[in-house]
Design a protein around this ligand. Sequence first.
Ligand code: NAD
Length: 399
Amino acid sequence: MREFANLDEESAENIRKSGALSVDQADKMIENVIGVMETPLGIATNFTINGKDYLIPMAIEEPSVIAAASNAAKMARDKGGFSASATKPIMIGQIQLICDDPHGARTSILGARKKILELANEQNPTLVKLGGGARDLEVRIIETPSGKMVIVHLLVDCRDAMGANTVNTMCERVSPLIEQLTSGRVYLRIVSNLAVKRLARAKAVFSKEALGGEDAVDAIIQAYSFAAADPYRCATHNKGIMNGITAVALATGNDTRAIEAGAHSYASFSGRYKPLTTYEKNEDGDLVGTIELPIAAGLVGGATKVHPVAIANLKILGVKTASELAEVMASVGLAQNLAALRALATEGIQRGHMSLHAKNIAVMAGATGDMVDKIASALVREGRIRLDRAKELLEEEEK
Ligand code: NAD
C-alpha cells in the first residue's frame, strides 16, 4: 500500500492506529482491511419520546446536526415531546419467478401458502422461538422489459434483527418448492429495502412561542410546502431528515445504506418524490410535525453486537426492542427536519452552521488546542470563513 500510493510515514501510521474497534476485529468484519476509519460521536440531548427521556448517540462528521436535533427536541418538550410508534418488524423478501403461465403460477403459490411458510420457518427456529418468522405471502405479476414476471413476497417478522440475512436465507430455502409448484424458474432471491411493512412514525407539537412566533410557524409550513411541490427542494429536505437517522444508525452499528434506500424509495412510493415529514398548524396556532418512513434497524445482526462502540451506544440509548430503536430514529429525523426548516425559514442556516464550520477550517489550517476557537471566532467575526484567511490568522498568531 505504502509503495503503491507513495504514502508518507505519518499517513501510514494514521491508518494503522486504531481505537476501540481493533484492526483484527475489523479484519473479521470486512475484506482487504488496512485500518479503522473513525467518525465523531456525539450525544443528542433533550429527547422525550413516549414519556421517556433518552440520550441519543449520533455518529456524524457534519457540524451543527447534533446541536440542531437537541435544540428541536428541547422545543418539543414544552408540549410533551415526541409520541412515536412502529408497526411490527416485518421485512419483505422477494423471489423472482419466470414461467409460462404467471396467473396459474400465482394461484398455485398462494394455494401452497402454509407449506411455503412452514418451510421458511424451518430455516430459522431461533427466530420462531423469539416470536418471529415467516408470516405471509403476497404474489404480484409485473410487466417488465423482458415480459411478465411473477414476484413472490415472503413477509417475515424479524423481531430485533434488521433481517436481511434471515430473509435472504428463507427466500433461498423456499425457491425450489416454488419452482416445483409452477414449473417456472427462480432467479433473484433477496430482501427488499422498501420495507413498507416496517414503518416508524413520530409526531411532535412545537409551540409558536418556542419557534419564535406565528410568523415562524407560517414560514416553516411554507418551507414544507416548497418541498412537497418540488423534488429539487425535497431531496434536500429528506437529506436533512437522514442526517439524524443515519447518524443514529451508524452509532448503533446498523446498515445505514439499507435505511437510506428504504427512506428515499418510500418517499417516491406514490409515484412522486415527497417529503417524509408533514407540517400543519393546529387550532392554537402551534406547529404539528409528523414523520413516517420504513426503518429496518436491529439490535442484533450486522455490526450491532460486534462493534464495541455500537454495543456501548446501544447501552446509552437503553432501547429494549428494534421497534423502540426505530421510534427513536423517527423522532430524531423529525427533530432534525424541524430544526433545519426553522433555521432556513427564519435566519438562514449559515450563521449557526458556519460558526461550527469555522472550527473545522481552523483545524484544517493547522490550529490546535485553544487556538482552534480563537481562529474560528476571528473568521466568524470577519465573515471570512476561508482556509487561506485561517492560515494567515494562524501565522500572525504564531509570529
Ligand atoms: P443476522 O444475519 O445476524 O441474523 C439475525 C439472527 O439473529 C436471526 O436470524 C435470529 O436467528 C438471531 N437472533 C437472536 N436474537 C434475536 C432477536 N432478539 N431478534 C431477532 N433475531 C435474533 O442479521 P440480519 O439482521 O438478518 O442481517 C443484517 C445484515 O445483513 C446487515 O449486516 C446488512 O448489512 C446485511 N445485508 C443487507 C442487505 C440489504 O439491506 N439489501 C442485503 C444483504 C445483507
